[in-house]
Design a protein around this ligand. Sequence first.
Ligand code: DC
Length: 218
Amino acid sequence: MGYNVAIDGPAGAGKSTIAKLVAKEKGFVYVDTGAMYRGLAVHFLDRGLRPEETDKIIEACGDAQVTIKYEEGIQQVYLNGTNITARLRDEEVGNMASKSSPIPQVREKLLELQQGLAREQDVIMDGRDIGTCVLPNADVKVYLTASVETRAKRRYDELVEKGISCSLDEIAKDIKERDERDMTRDTAPLKQAGDAVLIDSSCMSVKEVVEAILALCR
Ligand code: DC
């Protein structure tokens, strides 16, 4: 069994930024489980499915093979042998991932992949249900959050930097809706594990959050 660090929290809390830095510092493998849900979402979208077509989504799970490889330490997601990493951050892929991830068959499809990665090596894994469902015996569990306003502003700044015009209010609305969906679904909802350490990064720098997590690790 590897040494396992689980980081859960809502969209835009900074989980991946922080997890990558902790991984680098400690020599852990960073496992981004959101990217796996996004990988399946690409499969559903390529088949022309809409999020409400639950039966067809379940059926489509049957011929989707999501695999993970690491190239120069960076996680690459393959769907049926094709590297689809470049498509994962598209807005429609994120929306499909958020809307299809409550389906139990979609979650089952990825659970063994996630647990296998954590068995074989030391990992820092981020997602929504890592501390509660995927790695209930993780050595360290963190619930990383930030206010909706802070998360919306971070996302807004990121898009503006890329030259993409957007509305701060729209982004905040989107984040609230995604939080609601992720926290209220029946299967593996986003919630703080009883033994997770809560870190609210609203008024913390990236360095401060990384140091707080490093202090929890062996
Ligand atoms: O972290 P992210 O935005 O890349 O995740 C995309 C969607 O996938 C998110 O809206 C909820 C879902 N997800 C999940 O249900 N469980 C996880 N462990 C990770 C992501």
